[in-house]
Design a protein. Structure first.
Length: 133
């Protein structure tokens, strides 16, 4: 007596492509979010710097460091837009997009870490001026 084997389909599995497209969309959205965060930080930091120099206050080392490297926020912003461009132009096949998603998640995580660090750096002189008064 033979055991019955279920018939096997020769049609490819379509789930990998659908999940790959979803991952690439998520990666591109995260890239846009990270890019907007970096651009916002790039625009906000010089305004804090102008305010502090108008007071003639000495800046703490962390604040002066952040104000000196604020122009470097363009690099991760352009990198984030590159992730979006990769999705838009479809350079990577949807099945192979998992590394792009990981890089995008790390990039947006770094952007969200930069927000409180820059806020602390920009408000340190205010706390320092408050201690003097």
């Amino acid at each position: 007596m033979e055991i019955y084997d279920t018939p096997q389909s020769t049609i490819g599995n379509d789930n990998d492509t659908k999940s790959g497209v979803g991952k690439s969309i998520i990666a591109s959205v995260l890239g846009i979010i990270a890019s907007l965060i970096y651009i916002a930080l790039y625009k906000a930091i010089p305004q804090f710097e102008e305010t502090f120099t108008s007071f003639g206050a000495d800046l703490p080392w962390f604040t002066s460091f952040v104000t000196k490297i604020d122009h470097l926020f363009w690099v991760p912003s352009l990198f984030s837009l590159l992730i979006f461009t990769i999705w838009l132009v479809r350079i990577i096949k949807p099945e192979k997009v998992a590394p792009l998603l990981i890089v995008s998640i790390l990039n947006v995580s770094a952007a969200f870490i930069c927000i409180p660090l820059c806020m602390v750096a920009m408000y340190l002189p205010i706390f320092q001026l408050g201690a003097v008064l």
